[in-house]
Each structure stands twice: as C-alpha cells, then as structure tokens.
Design a protein around this ligand. Sequence first.
Ligand SMILES: N=CN[C@@H](CCC(=O)O)C(=O)O
Ligand SMILES: [Zn+2]
Length: 430
Amino acid sequence: MAGTILIRNASQLVTLKGSSDAPLTGEAMSRLEVIENGTVWIEDGLIKLADSDEAVMAQFTGNYEAAEIIDANGRLVVPGLIDPHTHLVHAGSREEEFNMRLSGASYMDIMNAGGGIHATASKTKKAAPEDLFQAAYNTLNEFLLHGVTTLEAKSGYGMEWETEKKQLQVAKELNERHPIDIIRTFMGAHAVPKEYKERPDTFVDHIIEYMLPRAAEEGLAEFNDVFCEQGVFTPEQSRRILEAGKKLGLKAKIHADEIEPYKGAELAAELGAISAEHLLKASEEGIKKMAEAGVIGVLLPGTAFFLMAEFADARKMIDSGVPIALSTDFNPGSSPTVSLPFIMNLACLKMGMTPAEVITAVTINAAHAINRGREIGSIEQGKKGDITIFNVPNYMKLQYSYGVNHTHTVIKNGCVVVRDKNLVFQSAGC
Ligand SMILES: N=CN[C@@H](CCC(=O)O)C(=O)O
Ligand SMILES: [Zn+2]
C-alpha cells in the first residue's frame, strides 16, 4: 500500500511544473524548473508537494515517523520516464534478420519477402496468451529497471482480429498485474497480409468495417495507428483508417515518413493526429504543418541507429515549433531495446538535442503524446507519485556518461518498485 514518502536530498529535482496543459515547444522545451536540494512529498500515491527541502518540511503535516524517507543522497530526481511508442506484446525475436541486414539486405526487402512484421505476426498468432504475457512481463521488468513508469503498447502482429484482440487483452492484463501503466493502441494496419496483397483496399475496408468497431466497442484501445509507408499503406488508405477510428473515439497516431518521404507528417497535421512517429524523412512542409497543428513528433532514434539510417532532424523540428517526445520503439525488428536512457543519449549525440530538451521529451511531452499530460510527466501537486532517481548529480551528466543505465530508484504510484538497482515490488499495487 502506498503511504507517505519523502524523497530528500536531491541534488537536482527536475519538476517540469506548469506544463500539464500542453506539450512544451521551442525554447520552452528547456524549461525544466529545477530545484537544487529538492524534496518531494508523496501521499497515498499522489504528489503533495515538490519544492526546496526547507519549503516542503515547513509545510509537511504527515506523520514523519510513519513516512518512508528516501535519501536521494545527492542524486538526480526526475518524473518517472514515459515511453510513448512500443510494440510490447509479441512472440519471438528476429536476430537472423539482423544478420541479413548486416550483409546488405534492407528492412523493407525482408518484409516484402514475407519476413519482418509478417514473421513476428505468424509467431504471435500461434502463441498462447500466457506465453505472450510472460514474455512481455519480463520486458516490463527491464523497462522498470531503466526508469520507465508508463508506456504505450501497440497491437499489430495479427492483422486479423483474433490476434490483434489477443495482444490488446494481454496488454490490458499486464496493466492490471504489473506496476508500469500501459496505454493501448490498436494497429491492425501494420502491414498488408499476404492474402490481401493484390487487393489492399479490401483489407482497409475490413479494418474499417470489422476490426476498428470491435477495438472501440470492447474498450481495448484508446489510439489507432497506421504504418503509412511506400509499399505498406498509402496516405489515402491511412487517412481512411484514421478518420474511421476518430469517428469511433480512437485518437489518431501515425507511423510517418520512416523509410521514404511519403507526406505522412502532412497527413498527421491535416487529421489533427495527436502524434506522428519516426519522421526520419519528413518534409520541410510537413514539419511546418505539424508545428501549426500542434502534432507531437515522437522520435525514435534507436530505430535509425539499428536500421543504420539517417536520423530524424530533431533540431529543425524543435526550432520550427514541433513539440518533440522520444521513445524506444521497442519491437523485434527495428529496435529491440528497452533502454530509454540510451535513446536519450542518441537523441543528444545523433539528433542534436540538448540534455534539457531530452528530459522534456521523455517526461511531460511523452505524457502529452499519450494524452496523459494532466496525470503524469511532471512532479507537481496532484500528479501520480511516479519518480525516477538516477545515480548522477545532474541531468547533463546523464547524457555525458552515455551507454550506462544510471537508474537507481524508481517509485510508481507512491511505491518503491526499484531500490538500489533491484526490483522490489510484490504486486502491481506495490
Ligand atoms: N515500422 C513499423 N513498425 C515498427 C517495426 C515493427 C517490426 O519490424 O516488427 C517500427 O515502428 O519500427
Ligand atoms: Zn513502431
């Protein structure tokens, strides 16, 4: 049970307070609202107060004897990290394709030859829900050990309703049984199944008429995502699927301009999508339109790194006013990593983002990308008691000392779930 927690002696307490209404853009992405020698008071799972130690202790009315005191001991304290784009629930892995890619085969060639997403779909289709659950549960433990307290999980390894539903139900159960909060996205439009290869529009009709209504009616998803890409779904097909989802109350997300420029960013802006993801090949016009429409760019530098592709132009996007979030894109084909801290390093080293912008991109902006800006993503009164403590004295060192998992302590809903780099929770509750 979550009781009273006091986190004291933070060298830097990064609060990001005052950004719950809208994602941060431009220079405001560096507005971290840092408190030196900060203290956080958490009560019954929610943040009561975050301020200097003096200010918090002057107002503290809880029972100090009964409180759990976490001595941050000069470490960095930030909001629990949020990963807004994962393909969490799936069967198997694809290391043999990695080997093929290292010998020159391309990601899309492998997919078009029936591998890639199709290979994972056929394994996921055969897998028992218990096995999918156990594999994803283990992955969630790894995410927690890397400081992540909330993540988004997409279906998309079925491309037929029963398997899509199985993935979403497993994600729902994981949300109930693991401390990490999981936000679900339906992604029936992840690839065109072989049997529809010659008539992709019929598959689009099937998604619109059969799958989407079920995903919405059964309350299995909150978002609807499409892989809009040359050789997968055209912008027109993507538009139809996303518009149909919106009519059913599913907010639009879009895998846009990942491999080839395809006007996915423009489409996201026209549709008022909550986010457009990848954007490695987004056009200047698309970036401008995203900024005007307030579409969040979810950038996935781990994917560019692993596919040995050019990185998204984060600098241009931020300077143009696009709110940016970052994610692992955890999946077995293009980004098999749970290390959001390493993604943060890549964002600095390969996309020109500053350490301050990176913190914003994995906290408050990531929260907005999954429509949770009012509940999580900053350390301020009334928000969930989700906190990550890194074993570094300041947020710049987190990026400077790269490739290391500095996660030391994680608190979820006011419960310590990782202590001194070890998992310590007994149940989803605590
Ligand atoms: N590009 C589409 N979907 C995933 C990859 C899925 C896979 O290869 O299994 C992505 O976001 O990169
Ligand atoms: Zn993805």
